[in-house]
Design a protein around this ligand. Structure first.
Ligand code: NDP
Length: 770
């Protein structure tokens, strides 16, 4: 056939990759692969049948690890951790480099096995999954090398339990293991039941690379094995998977002291403006939703298309869908491979069949028998339709239209998720205006699904918290060198004294920029150390929390500039400084100490410090190995509530407030219960300092009554639990309601940690060149 005709018809032949390399590796292990613990494969049981989803054939048998076996793996990791940490960053870097080089050497084995095990096209495993996984180890070898100088104030967490899903088996392993090892942690990783094969090859590579026994442990199994790992004596759980399991894990780890990062589901918008390069945007969609059969947490699964170009766009998209080739994942000509498992296929079918809204179009392309699903487009949906909201996790794109950029943003953000977003426009001004407005951890401009080890990835809202990759990802695998002491609990003074005069001195709450009586109408007497009555403090309840958060959500502080925030914080500092003696007297009267003046000066200094930081806590431009800039923008985490510590009633109130405001967050401060009057006094400083309504709210009353409601509140993104472990547990137990971040504070002078806690990185990718 002449080449011209081939270009016309796009006829192609099959180009199958040889699978024998993978089958040989399995055969060398006798077809049965045991968990990898303490540097060796343990004897295997044939509990789990690992299948090739494209054919249904059995690839291998594996052990379903029990609780005891998980415990054994954790013990091995625990025993290995001190020496691995002591070995130092440069020594760990050598091991990580060795891992990267050996993965490169075995890249073909890894790619073929990944496609056999998961069903993804070999083009993807060969050109995307495996190279990105290797890059992760190279990149983090560098972080290990630099740790002693660049992160000298941070140390490893200890033993990390890591649970990964089936959609990017080796890549997710790399995202988890590389940073953990670089920072001096040891790990126990549980791959998904469907796709453990490449993790076991990685284990083999660990032995070859000289990874000391116990540093990497891999336990195979199902959800019960994952749950056992969550319960085990580990210092951190890093989880990628569904929001429902993420929620269970957040509940299970509440009060355990375990660090937690959650990378969960998404329903990411793919926005096409009317000035977009339509053919590129159509091609981008192929990568957004048919990459890995749409089984991608950040898949651009919600197409929002400008009404003016919708018909043209949909027609071109359908024509492109009809050309996609579905079939044998090991065929290099294939675009769309197999769905990971018949159960997942049934879920996709069920969701699409249950939908009665819009028009459904299946690609007119041959679909093989078995675990395959055709590329599908559902147009004409409304934002509230189930399929516009629920993650399908398959090759199904849903679509709706918009008329204005503002409407596009509104529809895009109308989701419980906030993982990724894509936007297409030839207008760079529009792109850079829209990108910050999208609630997402990653935004791609005129491109989609770009990843790199140097650029952070992760979500917000019910897509989870924490970042993987880059400097920001290292936070999640290290902690400050100096542990934070547990804040002392202070028992309120009691007394019976009467007020010095008849004037009612019951203080008020401060909500929405106003002095507010407590909803319940109750207040409590506050006594000094000699039993003298100092005043009455209101007792806030759940309704007061709701009012405060409502005011926070309406305040718009996140849209202000750092310059403005600095001016207001400076003004607060000046106004507080002007009343030093009044606040010092109040502090001394409440605490019985004589350190009031010192504490006021420290609080003023904190305000000046965070004012200074307000326009200097910046993002980075990431050095990614492609023709793109990846901007790591620091964004406020959103509405924060803080349970303030008793130890320094004023400083403990002002520090979280200043850090939150500096980084663009609003905050509701639950003041120290024994010493609330300095907080109610402080509300007058707020009134006098041009702080917009709702940016700071002050509640008083027993924190134990407020903590559960803060934990459960759907509007709060974060609770800072600064008053001790007991209330932290209360908050954590309820924080899974909306996958809330819970943070326990940092040393007073550890400004970076406070500012980090107030921000989350959004990575905005902008490719360049013609
Ligand atoms: P899951 O969340 O169920 O599984 C993810 C990982 O957690 C797997 O290793 C799984 O083990 C393990 N696991 C399951 N139950 C528990 C538990 N109770 N405690 C601890 N670990 C547990 O996701 P699935 O893989 O089953 O996929 C279901 C849905 O999740 C998808 O349809 C999709 O919506 C979403 N998903 C999101 C991903 C993302 O990257 N955000 C990735 C994959 C899925 P095992 O697999 O052995 O059961």
């Amino acid at each position: 056939m002449p080449i011209e005709t081939i270009f016309d018809t796009m006829e192609y032949g099959t180009a199958p990759e040889d699978r024998s390399i993978a089958l040989q590796w399995i055969a060398n292990h006798g077809g049965l692969i045991g968990p990898y613990v303490n540097g060796a494969f343990a004897p295997a049981r044939d509990d789990l049948t690992i299948r090739n989803p494209a054919t249904g054939e059995k690839l291998a048998g594996m052990t379903l690890c029990t609780k005891d076996e998980v415990t054994e793996a954790v013990q091995s990791a625990r025993a290995a951790q001190p020496d691995w940490q002591k070995a130092g960053g440069p020594a760990r870097a050598r091991v990580l480099y060795a891992l990267a080089r050996l993965m490169q050497k075995h890249a073909r084995l890894l790619a073929v096995t990944e496609s056999l095990d998961n069903g993804k096209p070999i083009r993807e495993s060969r050109d995307i999954d495996i190279p990105l996984a290797i890059r992760h180890f190279y990149h983090h070898a560098g972080h290990a090398q630099l740790m002693p100088s660049a992160l000298s104030d941070r140390v490893a967490l200890g033993v990390c339990g890591q649970i990964i899903p089936w959609n990017f088996p080796l890549l997710m392993l790399a995202w988890k293991i590389a940073p953990a090892l670089a920072m001096g942690n040891t790990v126990v990783l549980k791959p998904a039941e469907y796709t453990p094969m490449t993790a076991m090859i990685f284990a083999d590579i660990c032995s070859q690379a000289g990874v000391p026994p116990g540093v990497v442990n891999i336990v195979t199994g199902d959800g019960s094995t994952g749950a056992a790992l969550v319960d085990a004596s580990v210092d951190k759980i890093a989880f990628t998977g569904s929001t429902s399991v993420g929620r269970q894990i957040q509940e299970a780890t509440a009060g355990s002291g375990k660090s937690l990062t959650l990378e969960l589901g998404g329903k990411s918008p793919y926005i096409v403006f009317d000035d977009a390069d339509i053919d590129s945007a159509v091609e981008g969609l192929v990568d957004a939703i048919w990459f890995n059969q749409g089984q991608v947490c950040c898949a651009g699964s919600r197409l929002l298309i400008h009404e003016a170009i919708a018909d043209d766009f949909h027609n071109r998209l359908k024509a492109r869908m009809d050309k996609l080739r579905i079939g044998d994942p090991l065929d290099k000509s294939i675009d769309v491979g197999a769905i990971v498992d018949p159960i997942q296929l049934q879920q996709i079918q069920a969701l699409v069949q249950a939908n009665t809204a819009g028009q459904t179009y299946h690609a007119q392309t041959p679909v093989p028998e078995g675990c395959f699903y055709p590329p599908t487009l559902i147009t004409g949906l409304h934002p509230a339709d189930t399929l516009m909201q629920e993650e399908i996790f398959g090759p199904v794109l849903v679509s709706t239209t918009f008329r204005t950029p503002a409407e596009a943003v509104e529809i895009a953000n109308n989701s419980k998720y906030g993982l990724a977003a894509t936007l297409w426009t030839e207008n760079i001004n529009l792109a850079l205006e829209i990108a910050p407005k999208l609630v997402a951890g990653v935004v791609w401009v005129n491109a989609t699904n770009l990843f790199d080890a140097a650029a952070g990835f992760g979500g917000t809202r019910e897509s989870g918290f924490g970042r993987e990759g880059g400097w920001e990802g290292l936070q999640a695998y290290s902690k400050p060198r100096q542990p934070l002491p547990e804040p002392a609990q202070v028992t309120p003074f009691t007394g019976q004294g009467a007020a010095a005069d008849d004037i009612d001195r019951t203080a008020k709450l401060f909500i929405g920029g106003k002095q507010a009586r407590p909803d319940g109408g109750y207040s409590q007497a506050i006594f000094g150390p000699k039993g003298q009555l100092l005043g009455h403090a209101p007792i806030a309840n759940r309704k007061d929390i709701r009012n405060a958060v409502q005011a926070q959500l309406a305040c718009g502080w996140g849209k202000t500039t750092g310059h403005l925030r600095a001016q207001i914080l400076y003004y607060l500092a000046e106004n507080l400084a002007a009343q030093t003696s009044r606040f010092a007297e109040r502090l001394d009267a409440m605490t019985g100490l004589t350190t009031g003046a010192e504490e006021v000066r420290a609080a003023v200094d904190v305000l000046f410090t965070y004012a200074a930081w307000a326009d200097k806590f910046e993002g980075r431009a990431k050095s990614v190995p492609m023709r793109a800039v990846a901007l790591a923008m620091r964004e406020p985490v959103g509405a924060i509530a803080a349970l303030c510590s008793d130890q320094h009633p004023l400083l403990g109130l002002v520090t979280p407030m200043a850090a939150a405001l500096s980084t663009g967050n609003s905050i509701t401060l639950c003041a120290s219960a024994p010493f609330p009057l300095v907080a109610t006094d402080f509300s007058h400083i707020l009134e006098a300092s041009d702080v917009p309504a709702g940016v700071v709210n002050i509640l008083t009353g027993p924190q134990a009554d407020l903590a559960p409601h803060l934990g459960a509140h759907m509007g709060l993104e974060t609770v800072w639990c600064l008053s001790g472990a007991e209330l932290t547990q209360e908050v954590q137990a309820r924080a899974s309601s909306n996958i809330k971040r819970v943070w326990q504070g940092a040393a007073q002078d550890d400004h970076d940690s406070w500012l980090d806690a107030g921000t989350e990185i959004k990575t905005i990718w902008i490719p360049y060149g013609e």
